[in-house]
Unconditional design. Structure first.
Length: 62
């Protein structure tokens, strides 16, 4: 089975088992896309938030 087909099958096999609230995530994305000035980035979920907080805590480069 080619790699792409394997990845596609994995997505299908795990449909409905996503962590968090996928419906809420989709609503957030659609809302952002429909905003008068859409954001350049959107952070979804606890893990996404944790990554952004960690990045903000790092010292900036000169």
């Amino acid at each position: 089975m080619p790699m792409v087909e394997g990845v596609k099958a994995a997505f299908v096999d795990h449909d409905g088992e996503q962590a968090g609230d996928p419906v809420r995530g989709v609503r957030a994305v659609i809302s952002a896309m429909n905003a008068p000035v859409p954001p350049h980035r959107i952070v979804l979920g606890n893990s996404g938030y944790d990554v952004v907080v960690a990045m903000q805590a790092r010292p900036s480069h000169p």
